[in-house]
Design a protein around this ligand. Sequence first.
Ligand code: AP5
Length: 194
Amino acid sequence: MFNLILFGPPGSGKGTQSENIVNTYNLEHISTGELLRDEVARHTPLGVEAQKYMDQGILVPDEVVIGMISSRIDESKDARGFIFDGFPRTRLQAESLDKLLEFKNTKIDLVLALDVSETELISRLLGRGLTSGRSDDTKEVITKRIKEYRAKTEQVASYYDGYGKLETVTGNNSVEDTFKLISKNINKYLLPVA
Ligand code: AP5
């Protein structure tokens, strides 16, 4: 099993590149943002609670997200591996994920951090906001999301760097060029299936 964390600020391309990785390496994609938006759309109690945070561009409480991840992993027992997109976002989430994977006799193999300038992040998210219908793709909430990332999430990179698992790739270039850099790193662990 090969487990990858695709790491980076809002708008760095985690969702976009996850799709490419799924198609090339046949890994199971787990995006906490998508799982939460699905709960919101279905008006579940979890979704109603989460929406309060998401609309403000702040992180949903750790215990909510960690519980959700655990059940999602259990749904794909035969997976070749997982791409974690948008998770972990705090040190507590990182430690919980490590414990959860250890319990399932596996581990995080690689953390790929997408490095994108702030100007580019804002421009991408404002562009997406024109059509996405996402309530958090407005100028005010985007600014808050980036601030939240710098305050609470960036430190997760140093946590994994401490275990020698972190690689940083430039994400400012085109989707195709960024994927080439990502592939170069994944190929050290896993062969493409397509
Ligand atoms: P989440 O859905 O995870 O949002 P995010 O991290 O802010 O990431 P985005 O989906 O906005 O960006 P992305 O990096 O995936 O980029 P994308 O590929 O979409 O989280 C939303 C909210 O949920 C959080 O604010 C929080 O409240 C909550 N949440 C989620 N996970 C949580 C957790 N673990 N703990 C607590 N709370 C949590 O690309 C963006 C745009 O750029 C697209 O339009 C795309 O087409 C374009 N683009 C991508 N790559 C390129 C490129 N190379 N060149 C040009 N354009 C590009």
